[in-house]
Design a protein around this ligand. Sequence first.
Ligand SMILES: [Zn+2]
Length: 679
Amino acid sequence: MSNLACRVAALILSVCCTQNIAAAAEPAGSAPTVAGGWGFEFNGADFANNPGDDFFRYGNGAWHDRAVIPSDRSSIGVDTALSIVGEARIREILERGENGIGPALRADAVKIGAFYAAFMDEARAEALDVEPIAPLLQMIRAAATREEVAGLMGRRSFFSSVFGLGIGADDKAPDKYAVSVRQGGLGLNRDYYITPRLAEKKAAYLAYITQLLAMIGWDAPEQSAAAILDFETAIAEVSWSNAERRDPERTYNPMSVAALSEAAPFPWRRLLASADLDGLDRVVVAENTAIPKIAAVYARTPLDTLKAWQAFHLADGAAPYLSKRFVAANFGFHSRTMSGVAEQPERWKRAVATVNGAMGQAIGRVYVARYFSPQAKAQIDDLVAQLRIALAARIERLAWMSPATKLKASEKLAHLNVKIAYPDKWRDYAALDVRSDDLVADVQAARKFAWLRQVNRLNSPVDRDEWYLNPQTVNASYNANLNEMTFPAGILQPPFFDPAADAAVNYGSIGAVIGHEMIHGFDDEGRKYDGMGVLTSWWTDADATEFNARAAVLGRQFDTYEPFPGFRLKGDLTMGENIADLGGALVALDAYHNSLGNKPAPVRDGLTGDQRFFLGYAQSWRHKSTDDSIRQLIVSNPHAPANYRVNGVVRNIDAWYEAFNVNPSDKLFLAPENRARIW
Ligand SMILES: [Zn+2]
């Protein structure tokens, strides 16, 4: 099952990060407008800066200097601003409940209203304190063997597991679902445990574990916390890095549960049974060399440590839904220490994020009826068609690829499916029970519902109509198993897409987003899947070798970028996103040129069409983050920070050099032979 490749990190649009705005009073149907006369906001640029030295700064410098990261978020940007407006809209939908909702949506509206009301009942959470998780802690205390601890791991409550279970399309037969088994057990990304320069965060994690154990009344919190950290460090030492986990061939290891038990002795049957997967006989093992080692760490760790570890993760997972002291402790570590967020978001924002996460499509259905104009759907359809034509022509022109591989690539492009704005078929929440007076029960019910929905369809054909992003999400994605791109209603707004804007700017922003998702089908990971979503080699060996050599040029460039001393970007981890950014911008630029017919682009405010295209591209990456969240991104996330997604891309595009007269003396200059040329 392939990863869902997205335009931006989930981290950037994190559900825990929110901001004060006055947009709650915004009139229905109005779209936020940040664009100027033709779509580029001049007062955000820094045209006094040399574009060849820092193009991100040239397009966005004044904006970046002026932008203030809200105290309850880790970043601000053009995407975040849309998310903030969306957050206020969702609040309005949730507070209204079923009032004014038509009969078709009423049942869902009652549930999302009840869930929201349960979250907003702070007095109840305060009165109960640790009480809602006391029965779960008791289950951990009662566990007398390692088998019994494993028997808690698959429960979709707040329990944690040393092995993650997932259900998704089978990479080699993507019309069927398969159960995957992945490495797990860690509270932080693997690198934090084993990298000396991250020791400060690891120490803060130890303090947090101790704090939570004390809060739930666990025995000997300090000694237990130290043992938990040792246990997780031992797991981290044998776990794969995020870059290694990006290789779909290495992570596709189907085997019987009996063979898995042989290779990695562990109470697998207990784990699977607790996840409602009794009788399962085949799993796809991801990190196949790490899993036996993690099983060995589990087998040699004292039972008391395993129980303390489970209790800590239970408390950590449930903390956002408990009393203030739990919420504050959880925020203090995960948001303040790890991401540099100054202040805890207001309760309603956390409520919006939770209900949106649990019942996103029920909210989305009301959201699009209210805030999405259907003509945007047709316009995006048309743009996608133009980008397809542009990419098909680029494939045809590639000098380095053999005709045989070109033919397969063209076939894959022809099969590429696209989903725009919102689903035709909405998720059915009938089986989810929600009550307005028990938040912890609601969160548990939502988790159970989401999991059982997948378990129950395990033997059905893969649902090709399913949406993995909510319509209100400000993001876009590519799914390799379905060979499809998704552009939710949330991103089809200015400054990404503005029907009133200059074509050059729209091609540079939403065009590049569409191109980015399209190229994910042809990045170092996506290229390993064919047009039907099957993980299979459709490349000649020579073409695959040449692709890798060309990708390595880009990887080496990104390896040299160092936003903070000791924190270099990882060219391998960010490879897929960087290939998608570069290829996406090139395809969008070609599509823009095609759209002009054979006429020269008009000049506006003294700027050529290509200059406006690149400025539109830069503007779509206006984003500013706390230093801590950038460090966190670099350590674990496949996306590079925003400024590198501008500068690291344009310096590989010949047309950018011409558009801004970039010279060898400029900092971003790369000699033509050193520019990455892939798609
Ligand atoms: Zn992406």
